[in-house]
Every structure is written in C-alpha cells, then in structure tokens.
Design a protein around this ligand. Structure first.
Ligand code: PLP
Ligand code: COI
Length: 360
C-alpha cells in the first residue's frame, strides 16, 4: 500500500479578508482554495509520495497525452461544515470507487480508495478555513486524473497524475431551488452503446457543450440527452440525473443502461424514497411517456439531481415541437421533501440513518 504520509508545501494565496469576501458570495466554481493535492503515478513505480502544494499551475509537457487524446477523468463531491464545527464529506468512498470505474474505461490507473479519501481529508484539513458555513454553501471538491506521459503514439499513458482542487460553492443554479427549464437535444447525442457515457471523463462534457449552448439559446439551464438508438428513451442531463414523480408518489428514473453516470445523489435518493415506502422504478422511460403523463395528470413532478445541482426541480422540458410544462405546480412536494431530507443529512440537521456522513 502506498504511504499515506503527505509532504506539505504551504502558502496562503489570499488574506483572511479576501477569503471572507469570497465566502460571502462564492457562486459556483469561481474561486479556488490555497492548496491542492498532487500524486504522480508511473507504470514502473506505481503511486508516488502524495504532496500538498500551493494551488497553482502544474508542469505540463506539450506532448502530454491528456492534451491530445483526452485521457482524463474526474469526480465531484462536497465537504460541509456542521453547526458543531465538524467538517464532513458525503459518501466519499463512493466517489473513489466511481473514479476507479472511470479509470478502467479510460485506461488510467486505479487509485487505492484509502489514498483517495486521505487526499480529500488532507486538502480539507489544510484549507479548513475555506469551508463556508452559509445556507446551501459547501466546499466543492474536484478530484481528477490526467495522463501526462509525453508521447504521441495512441496507447494508454504510462504516467499519470491525480490531483484534488477545492472551490467554495453556493448553489449551482443561480435561482437556488427555483425550477429550471431543460432543452431536449434532438440533434446531438452524449453517449452510445459501448461508449464512455457511464464514465466521468472530460470528453463527455466537451461533447455536451454545443447542445448546452443550444439549450441556453432556448432559455434553458440544462440539456436533456436521449439514447441515440431510440431518440426517445431518456438518458440524463448534461451534468445531472433525472427523476419523474408519478401522482401516486412513485419515482421513475432511467436505469443504469451503460450510457449514464451512476450518480451518488441518484443512488442516495432511491434509498431515501424506499425508506419512506415510496416505489422506485429504475427502467427505460421515454419523452413520450413524460408528455402523456403530464397531459393525463399521472406525472406530477420532475427533478434533476447531482452533487452540484443537489435536487433541482424541473419546470418544463422544451423541444423544437412542443413543451411539457408543470407551470406553477413546480416545485412539487415530493421533490421538496426529498431535497429537505438529503440536505438535512448532508448539513447535519437530520439523523444519518445509513452512515453516509464521514467526519474528515
Ligand atoms: N450525470 C452527470 C453527467 C453528471 O455530471 C453528474 C454529476 O456529477 C451526475 C449525473 C450526478 O452524479 P452525482 O450525484 O454522483 O454527483
Ligand atoms: C457534479 O455535480 O459534481 C458535476 O460534476 C456536474 C457539473 C455540472 C458540475
């Protein structure tokens, strides 16, 4: 097992006053803390001594594989400040395991789960002053791995680097819990059978940017992708999973079909819903079913979920031909109460029945 003792090179990039000003209104993804974690891997020697470094540019050879073939994977997770001062993470080992699933698909090295969690713990400890305490605020953590061998042949790199950076964060969508509009991408797909849809790799997000711009041009905050084989079976949003809620309280969400991310928020909500006795259907679900369900009154709510988005109610799905609109019915009561329950566990104002909170 790799040594878990980190070397530390410290530096305070910002004064306490600058930090407080940022924490008062961080937005999402705009500011970064004073430090980062870096761990180099080589095929010959495995994982090297983990380092805490001042946050800043990393050395990068112009021939690095990541710059040419996009061999990159990442995670998104959050650290929260509880009222008693404890700094905690939500299911961090799930992120470590998922990073390793992405690593297998992208031919990158797997990282020991304990080393991943130790890296997160180390960064949160050294940058503890950056964990905000305001309502709906957290420290967003971005562990990622890049292939940085200098070699232009197309093969798996034999040198990689795992890094963790951190960013104080408020709500991802500026309206907070205000219902969002989503746009159905009919011309572009995100994933296809056997592709990288289930991996959290940068290329999937690069491919989502054009449809996301189309969504924005139609006044929508997110883009919805359907399965490229049927054009009607719902996969997921650009950066979130999707749930529909039936009038009887049943939750319906696309099954893990190999094209979508196995969301940790999705998995947690399925558990919380089942704990309440709600039925949860993980299956193929189509835009046609959504439209008919809203027209008939059998589908009454829809929401997006993910680490960044938490649970965000969906007001409408816009397409080139029609709009499915919940109007003033959004946000619905089940969306709101699941949101309240999940965030209560994360922020420590509710019991944590499944042991999802890890004190850092
Ligand atoms: N789907 C995509 C494409 C995502 O980028 C995310 C965000 O990480 C999710 C789903 C939700 O996953 P999680 O709940 O683990 O954050
Ligand atoms: C996350 O929720 O962590 C993501 O990676 C999605 C992105 C929209 C920020």
């Amino acid at each position: 097992m790799t040594e878990l003792a980190f070397t530390r090179t410290t530096a305070d990039r910002r004064s306490p006053a600058e930090r407080e000003a940022i924490l008062a209104d961080p937005g999402f993804g705009n500011y970064f803390t004073d430090h980062m974690v870096s761990i180099v891997w080589t095929k010959a020697d495995g994982w090297q001594t983990p380092e805490v470094l001042p946050y800043g540019p990393i050395p990068m050879d112009p021939a690095s594989s990541v710059l040419h073939y996009g061999q990159e994977i990442f995670e998104g997770m959050k650290a929260y400040r509880h009222a008693d001062g404890a700094l905690v993470a939500f299911r961090p080992e799930e992120n470590a395991r998922r990073l390793n699933e992405s690593a297998r698909r992208l031919s990158l090295p797997e990282i020991p789960v304990e080393l991943f969690v130790a890296a997160v713990r180390e960064l949160v400890e050294i940058d503890a002053d950056w964990v905000p305490s305001g309502a709906d605020q957290s420290l967003y953590l971005r562990p990622f791995m890049i292939a940085d061998e200098s070699f232009l042949g197309v093969r798996a790199a034999e040198r990689a680097r795992f890094l963790v950076i951190a960013s104080p964060a408020g709500p991802y969508f500026t309206g907070g819990v205000k219902p969002v509009s989503i746009w159905l991408s009919e011309t572009h797909s995100r994933a296809g059978r056997g592709g990288t849809g289930a991996a959290k790799c940068g290329g999937n997000y690069a491919a989502s940017l054009l449809p996301q711009s189309e969504a924005a041009a139609h006044g929508c905050q997110q883009v919805l992708f359907t399965d490229s084989a049927t054009d009607d079976t719902i996969d997921e949003l650009g950066g979130m999973n999707l749930f529909l809620v039936r009038a009887d309280g049943t939750l319906v969400t696309p099954r893990l079909n190999g094209n979508i991310l196995n969301g940790i928020t999705r998995k947690s909500l399925i558990q919380l819903a089942k704990d309440r006795g709600l039925a949860v259907e993980e299956r193929d679900v189509t835009v046609r079913e959504w439209r008919a369900g809203v027209e008939e009154g059998t589908i009454t709510e829809a929401f997006a979920c993910g680490t960044a988005a938490v649970i965000t109610p969906i007001r409408e799905l816009k397409t080139a031909d029609f709009t499915i609109d919940f109007g003033d019915a959004a946000p619905g009561p089940i969306t709101l109460s699941l949101r309240e329950e999940l965030t209560g566990i994360q922020f420590g104002t509710r019991e944590d029945p499944h042991g999802w909170i890890d004190v850092l």
